[in-house]
Design a protein around this ligand. Structure first.
Ligand SMILES: *Cc1c(COP(=O)(O)O)cnc(C)c1O
Length: 394
């Protein structure tokens, strides 16, 4: 049994089998690269499942975390911590005027958003939230209810009331779902797990208008799209449509678990002392990582790099599309790429791994490719060459 096999057999014995894991045991990472326990190197074009948005072990993030770990790791939220205040300020200054609640994950950030919306609607007896089919909002009981895909719900019924789903990018469907109980609309500005689905700008604007007219809370789940990967700091900025509430997680901590629920305008002061809490939320150690992410994006001009590299990767993937007829479409916003196939992508993804390239496949037929914001041209060349080699075998 190799080193990987030994780890896998321990998992078989001791770790709950909730993930469809591939037999790859990663040991270290640097930028766009990771190494497995056997010493093999991989180029990672889906780093950390969208968590390592600025690459693995960015020196600024790792440095901040190491220093903070020696200073103070945890502070209870009935005290103040200067570093939590700094991260809240950094988020607000790059988003919109408002306030931040700190959680520890995407699902938790969304829970805070839904609680906020319900509290907002409470005086008028409204609680229902419209979400989209093919959405993904997390795995808590409320978030599997919010998620518009049966695969996450089956076996966990009865589910709570208060969520209805309508098709994505269809404003009439939203209007038809409105009723006297509706308090909010929640969606990802770009559906990622759902297959990299990009809505029309008119739809996004119409949602904003509807929420203003009907006094609804517009919630954008930017857990995956936030923190620069779209080419703007937050994907809503691409559409010029501001939400009332935005949630963040994944890339925000550069590898450490942090979530944030950001609320502006009429939603800014809805949650009051005693209405919501998190023991670990916004601890100094995760906040030091998040501050590092903001610093790294600014100092490394990573938004500009994202846009430049996105254009380059798009050109290269379009060339593959011309070469292989089973590539139906290449979709992207910044470095959030979906390559839609007319065949199943599972084997492609596995073969790429064998060849030293990590990507993802979602909704069976969409290759999800989201390289680090610090990715270099040569790394794109290397990754696309591997993908080309794998596709040529089909
Ligand atoms: C990953 C994800 C979540 C869930 O985040 P967790 O940290 O796993 O709870 C929620 N929404 C979106 C859009 C995501 O991509």
């Amino acid at each position: 049994m190799g080193k990987t096999g030994a780890v896998v057999s321990k998992y078989d014995k001791y770790v709950m089998n909730t993930y469809m894991r591939v037999p790859l045991c990663l040991e270290r990472g640097k930028g766009s690269y990771v190494w497995d326990i056997e010493g093999k190197r991989y180029i990672d074009f889906f780093p950390g499942w969208a968590v390592s948005g600025i690459g693995h072990c960015h020196p600024v993030v790792s440095g901040n975390v190491a220093a903070q770990a020696r200073k103070l790791m945890h502070v209870s939220n009935n005290y103040y911590s200067a570093i939590q205040a700094k991260v809240a300020e950094a988020i607000i200054k790059s988003a919109f005027d408002g306030k931040v609640f700190f959680a520890n994950s995407g699902a938790e950030a969304n829970e805070a958003a839904v609680k906020l919306a319900r509290k907002y609607g409470h005086p008028t007896g409204r609680y229902e939230i419209i979400t989209m089919t093919k959405s993904f909002h997390g795995r808590t009981i409320a978030m599997i209810t919010a998620t518009g895909q049966d695969k996450v719900k089956i076996g966990f019924e009865p589910l709570p009331v208060g969520f209805v789903h309508v098709p994505f990018n269809d404003i009439e469907a939203v209007k038809n779902a409105l009723n006297e109980k509706t308090v909010g609309i929640m969606l990802e500005p770009i559906q990622c797990e759902g297959g990299i689905n990009i809505p029309d700008i008119e739809y996004m604007r119409a949602l904003r208008k509807l929420c203003d007219e009907k006094d609804l809370v517009l919630i954008f789940d930017e857990v995956q799209t936030g923190m620069g990967r779209s080419g703007k700091m937050f994907a809503y900025q691409i559409f010029g449509v501001r939400p009332d509430v935005m949630t963040l997680a994944k890339s925000l901590g550069g590898g450490l678990p942090i979530g944030a629920c950001v609320a502006g305008g009429k939603c800014r002061d809805v949650l009051t002392p005693g209405t919501h809490a998190s023991t670990f939320g916004g601890s100094p150690i995760v906040c030091s990582a998040a501050l590092g992410v903001f610093d790294a994006i600014k100092k490394g001009k990573l938004l500009a790099n994202t846009n430049k590299m996105a254009a380059y990767l798009r050109k290269k993937l379009e060339a593959l599309k011309r070469k292989y007829r089973f590539i139906k479409e290449v979709r992207n916003v910044g470095l959030i790429f979906g390559v839609e196939l007319s065949v199943k992508g599972a084997d492609i993804y596995k073969e790429c791994m064998e060849e030293g390239l990590l990507i993802n496949c979602t909704q069976d037929m969409v290759l999800r490719i989201m390289p680090s914001m610090a990715v270099k041209k040569a790394e794109i060349d290397e990754a696309v060459a591997i993908l080309d080699k794998v596709l040529a075998k089909l």
